[in-house]
Design a binder for this molecule. Structure first.
Ligand code: PHE
Length: 359
């Protein structure tokens, strides 16, 4: 009997795979298996013999059965290990560039701007594109009947504005996110807010939907000088030029006091725009010191905190940097345009890695 056990234990130990072990199981323990037949022989034995042979046979059957189960588990584990080894995937390998998709210039510029301001300690805040007129206007010191409301060619949502239902607009600028960021994070605060904005306007440089990025910095001692430095650093990094010249031109926005529009020195030689030199000036953004009423509306004490804000047109600075003449083409979904002006989604813009590597 112990020969039989030895034989099977050896066969089990040498089994190569699950199929092997299954056929061994049948050979030993199946209906007509060697062990099963032996069990049947017990019936023919004399009671005395059976008393000894019975338990011994049962014990052997259990041992062989246990050895089969253990080997089966070991083989399953081994097969799984082998599969894991064979099917591994190196996620750090660069993939083949798929030429079909590319990043839209607006997405690219948004990433570039975010990378630059992140380096200066600004985080990104967002707000809804459908705004109440309180966030879009009142909180920004633009009361009802203020001319600025009319100037912005606002889209109103007609299902709002009745009783108990404050008027809602498609936000006309990213400035309402100033208020939302102040409410959410308090002061001191350093955020940029990129996003879509809407105005009823349509020509070569205006589309009803376009993009802005808002900047806001609040602290106890922030001044116009900080604004100028931040904007200089930003324009140098963004346009990737060493020398720039910015001009602050007095202006008016209800939500900043004083307010300044910022121009960048440029030249137009042979119809080609060059930034940083020349005798022309190109307006690039609006800015100023945040009005105390706006700081209050954001729930912050304007006697303690002060700071600057600015708003830049993302599409506009994209056109300037990448030489795209017509804003309307940005939103036509023309594949030829997208292929020409698109960016590789694998080149993530960073200040050290380079901002703008075109496809
Ligand atoms: N919100 C202004 C606009 O859309 C830009 C701006 C933002 C000006 C912040 C000053 C401060 O024109």
């Amino acid at each position: 009997m112990s020969d039989l056990k030895k034989k099977y234990l050896k066969l089990i130990a040498n089994a190569k795979d699950e199929a092997d072990i299954e056929s061994l199981r049948i050979q030993a323990l199946g209906k007509k298996g060697e062990i099963s037949l032996k069990m049947r022989e017990l019936g023919k034995m004399k009671p005395d013999e059976r008393k000894i042979a019975g338990p011994a046979l049962n014990k052997m059957k259990d041992e062989i059965s246990a050895a089969i189960s253990a080997k089966k588990m070991a083989l399953i584990d081994k097969a799984f290990d082998e599969r894991l080894r064979a099917e591994w995937l190196d996620v750090t390998l660069p993939c083949r560039t798929v030429r079909h998709g590319s990043l839209h210039p607006v997405s690219q510029v948004r990433e570039e701007v975010t990378a630059i301001f992140a380096e200066m300690g600004f985080s990104v805040a967002e707000g809804p594109q459908i705004e109440t007129d309180w966030y879009n206007f009142d909180a920004l010191n633009i009361p009802e009947h203020h001319s600025a409301r009319a100037e912005m060619d606002t889209f109103y949502l007609k299902q709002f504005g009745q009783k108990n239902n404050p008027p809602r607009v498609l936000r006309t600028h990213t400035s309402p996110v100033q208020i939302r960021a102040m409410e959410s994070f308090g002061a001191p605060l350093r955020v940029i807010c990129p996003g879509r904005v809407y105005r009823a306007d349509y020509d070569q440089t205006h589309t009803p939907m376009f993009h802005q990025v808002e900047g806001l910095a609040l602290d106890v001692d922030i001044s116009m000088a900080n604004l100028k430095w931040v904007l200089e650093e930003f324009t140098k990094a963004y346009f990737e030029i060493e020398k720039i010249d910015l001009r602050f031109r007095a202006s008016h926005f209800p939500f900043t006091e004083p307010s300044a529009e910022v121009d960048i020195r440029c030249s137009w030689e042979d119809g080609k725009l060059k930034l940083g030199e020349g005798d022309d000036w190109l307006e690039i953004l609006g800015s100023g010191m945040v009005h105390p009423k706006v700081i209050s509306a954001g729930g912050i004490d304007p006697d303690v905190y002060q700071g600057f804000a600015f708003g830049v047109g993302i599409d506009r600075i994209a056109m300037l940097k990448y030489g795209m003449p017509d804003l309307r083409a940005f939103f036509d979904s023309d594949l030829r345009w997208l292929r020409h002006y698109g960016f590789s989604y694998l080149d993530v813009p960073t200040l050290h890695g380079g901002l703008s590597r075109a496809v």
